[in-house]
Ligand binder design. Sequence first.
Ligand SMILES: [Zn+2]
Length: 372
Amino acid sequence: MAYIPETMFGIETGPNETIPRVMISPARYVQGDGVLDHLGRYLELVPGKNVAILISENGQKRFGERINASLKNAKVRFVIGQFGGECSIEEVTKHEKAFGSSNELDCLIAVGGGKCIDTGKYIADRLRIPVVIVPTLASNDAPCSALSIMYSPEGVMSGVEFFKQSPALVLVDTRIVANSPERYLVAGMGDALATWYEAHACGTNITGKSCVGARPTLAAGAIAEVCAATLFADGEAAASAVRKSEVNDVLERVVEANTLLSGIGFESGGLACAHSIAQGLTLIPSVHSDSLHGEMVAIGLLTQLLLEKRQDDGQKVARFMALVGLPVELKQISFDASNREHVNQVIDFAMNFPFLQNEPFPVTREALLRAS
Ligand SMILES: [Zn+2]
């Protein structure tokens, strides 16, 4: 049966019938230049001696040799499953069957972007083994969370799946991020920047609930706040480091913001308007095919700040976004604002998205329309 964290954490308790504060996070987070070459050693912590690897064909070409060498060196046996590109139930079931026939797997390692990672979490859950996440991009906040965004095989969002276990280990090789296109790091900043504004909305609303259905902790809010401050301070310099394929301390800070701070911040701090709009935008084929998740979240964040009538913050955020190359206008994500049918589709989706009501005031359709 599907696990719904709200049925675990979101139940009123005690004489005042309050909702408990809950924070979850990966058990371990390791980030640094070249850490992929030590994957085998880090697996001792999980522990993993007989592992399954989920990786795309392209990922295998880029990182296969390094992974093989590290695992062989640490005497870790492994089987490989090729990720097909979409985080769908069909993809999960296919690998569950294939890996299920291997004897005594003790963990699953997902190496890749957000969708490969999310698929890996789900397969590991089905196989009842720990999951190790090796993100090859810093473009989203999927690596640290215990949930997967599910899509149809055609790529339209179909729901969210929650898991009882958070990743046992998240391993981020900053050199890989530095050698990837700048656009991915920048998209990750869009996703990460929204974290603070969404956690703030959720924390301010006394009935707001985080992604685990509980009240957010102060810790998650503080993490989200540091996440935004780090991006404002270092975002532009980090993008320039990636342009030069350079690993430096500024890039390390922004990769941590995009991955760890944003991941804990959104899961335990809560989502709000920005992600409601972003997920609605995946319904529009031109946006879905041309834009990355973080770019849609960037547009969602500007909508949220307009909705909340926070003009100063809206200007500060828009200035930052333009500076690092995030979209600030709908046409930059291939959305035609004159297409009323498309506008209505996104607004309808957002209105029904459960996290929209984490905004600290009731959101009406008209107010959301005005803000978009
Ligand atoms: Zn996100």
